[in-house]
Design a protein around this ligand. Structure first.
Ligand code: KIV
Ligand code: ZN
Length: 503
């Protein structure tokens, strides 16, 4: 039997640190439920000391997850953070605090401005405090990929002696080459006293496009836990993508002496869900979950695949849930068919919420006739966005064309149900609409990116708009909206981004 590798998901913490990917507590809950369907071992739910919203997210995820997985909260090596993490995890059945600090010369000298000895003292004090509040404590040695190896060994050893149950070796800046990172993990396994009693974890970033390779090198050399995110979401170029590392383990399990217990058939659904919640799409050629990951366009490849799938496919699309259901719903499908399909897609609903979704579904089915899974995912994303929206769109009318000046009138609704009309002109219908929205919301953001895409095929397909908007402090918020009318989608996407910005 090969070694079982624990899958530590940090989509809700490191993933959401990606610009524009911020999630509120309800959004984190939706993703957490999908993480449970995947069967991850650990869910890092947030950084409680960073904001009241993140504190609440950790509490709510912990309540939802119960004992189905370990729930972890991040804390820098300072008492205030560690106490906040422990408090947020108070209701968790299997809590874990992850605490630590930078250990590379650059972090010690330029960021923390402390000596190596001071760093060891801080690490020990942090782990001891965390252990006095929680039985499961993970110590992270930030920027371990660039740390002096003998100092890294020393600080990990001190953290273990102070009570750490897991030590995490991150290549925070994605600097390493896989062989060198693997060698580092091997030296840690050989030389750190007490390492045999605890779990050794790797956490890699993708700055050189090597995050998955680094994680696999770590696993090959003795790591027992791998930290990753769905779609590889994360700071800068992102983190190790869970779908990549898990499928690589599956394909090369014997060589790596490793397996995981993840239900990989959930990957496609998980990827769509994270994109819908964060507004961040994956590129079509993304491994495992990209739209083209199993598409064959050249005649030679098509010929090969038709004769024998494995000529050009090392994975069966069905093994990662990319085979598509082929189920199409219509207005006549009825309530129970919709309820069942939504549950299969990962959206079990209570009666009241289902009633609202069913009404929207009928409106969509009237317009579009055939409703695909992608349409239902968009519909559910709209439904979820509606929950916490400070502003929503009630009505929109535009006039545009040539040679008229584009004009838009909107009616927005605030949380108390108050209606706010406004009108504006602009260089085109979308500019006019956004100016009218700005007049009501008074939270103008700079539009940095705007994309529109048909969700499914056909002239009646929903058009989905994704925007990225930057506020005066340089924070980027993404927003998404879907509708049969792309001007309405554009208005919804912009409002979604402004709602996130205001929150
Ligand atoms: O990349 C990193 O070093 C981290 C730590 C906080 C674990 O995300
Ligand atoms: Zn990280």
């Amino acid at each position: 039997m090969t070694r079982r590798i624990a899958i530590f998901d940090t989509t809700l913490r490191d993933g959401e640190q990606s610009p524009g990917a911020g999630m509120n507590a309800s959004e984190k809950l939706i993703v957490a439920r999908q993480l449970l369907r995947l069967g991850v071992d650990v869910i890092e739910a947030g950084f409680p000391a960073s904001s009241p919203g993140d504190f609440e997210s950790v509490q709510r995820v912990a309540a939802e997850v119960a004992d189905a997985a370990v729930v972890c909260a991040l804390a820098r090596a300072v008492p205030r953070d560690i106490e906040a993490a422990a408090e947020a995890l108070a209701g968790a059945a299997r809590p874990r605090i992850q605490t630590g600090l930078g250990v590379s010369p650059s972090h010690l000298r330029d960021k923390l401005r402390i000596t190596e000895q001071e760093a060891v003292d801080r690490a020990v004090a942090a782990v001891r405090l965390a252990r006095s509040l929680c039985d499961d404590v993970q110590f992270y040695a930030e920027d371990a990929g660039r740390a002096d190896l003998s100092f890294l060994i020393r600080i990990l050893e001190a953290a273990i002696a102070a009570g750490a149950t897991v030590v995490n070796v991150p290549d925070t800046t994605g600097y390493s080459l896989p062989e060198a990172f693997g060698a580092r993990i091997a030296r840690i396994r050989e030389e750190v006293r007490g390492i045999e009693r605890i779990v050794l974890s790797v956490h890699c970033h993708n700055d050189l496009g090597l995050a998955t390779a680094l994680s696999l090198a770590g696993i090959r050399c003795g790591a027992q836990q791998v930290e990753c995110t769905l779609n590889g979401l994360g700071e800068r170029a992102g983190n190790t993508a869970m779908e990549e590392v898990v499928m690589a383990i599956r394909v090369h399990g014997a060589e790596l002496d490793a397996h995981s217990d993840i239900d990989a058939r959930e990957f496609t659904r998980a990827s769509h869900l994270v994109s819908a919640v964060t507004g961040i799409k994956v590129q079509p050629n993304k491994a495992i979950v990209g739209a083209n990951a199993f598409a064959h366009s050249s005649g030679v490849h098509q010929d090969g695949v038709m004769k024998e799938r494995t000529t050009y496919e090392i994975l069966d699309p069905a093994s990662v849930g990319a085979d598509g259901s082929g189920i199409v719903l219509t207005a006549r499908s009825g309530r129970s068919a919709l309820r069942r399909r939504l549950a299969d897609l990962g959206f079990p609903l209570e009666e009241a919420a289902f009633g609202q979704v069913y009404a929207r579904f009928l409106g969509m089915a009237d317009r579009k006739k055939e409703v695909y899974d992608e349409d239902l995912e968009a519909l559910m994303a709209e439904h979820d966005r509606g929950h916490d929206a400070l502003w929503s769109l009630k009505a929109l009318q535009v006039s545009c064309g040539m040679p008229v000046v584009a004009a838009a009138s909107v009616v927005l609704v605030d949380r108390e149900g108050g209606e706010h009309p406004a009108s504006a002109t602009g260089t085109g219908p979308i500019d006019a609409t956004y100016r009218a929205i700005d007049e009501v919301v008074q939270a103008k953001g700079d539009l940095r990116e705007f994309t529109v895409q048909a969700i499914t095929r056909g002239m009646d397909a929903l058009g989905e708009v994704t925007v990225r908007v930057e506020d005066a402090d340089g924070r980027v918020c993404s927003g998404r909206g879907a509708d049969g009318d792309i001007i309405v989608s554009s208005a919804k996407a912009y409002l979604n981004a402004l709602n996130r910005m205001l929150r």
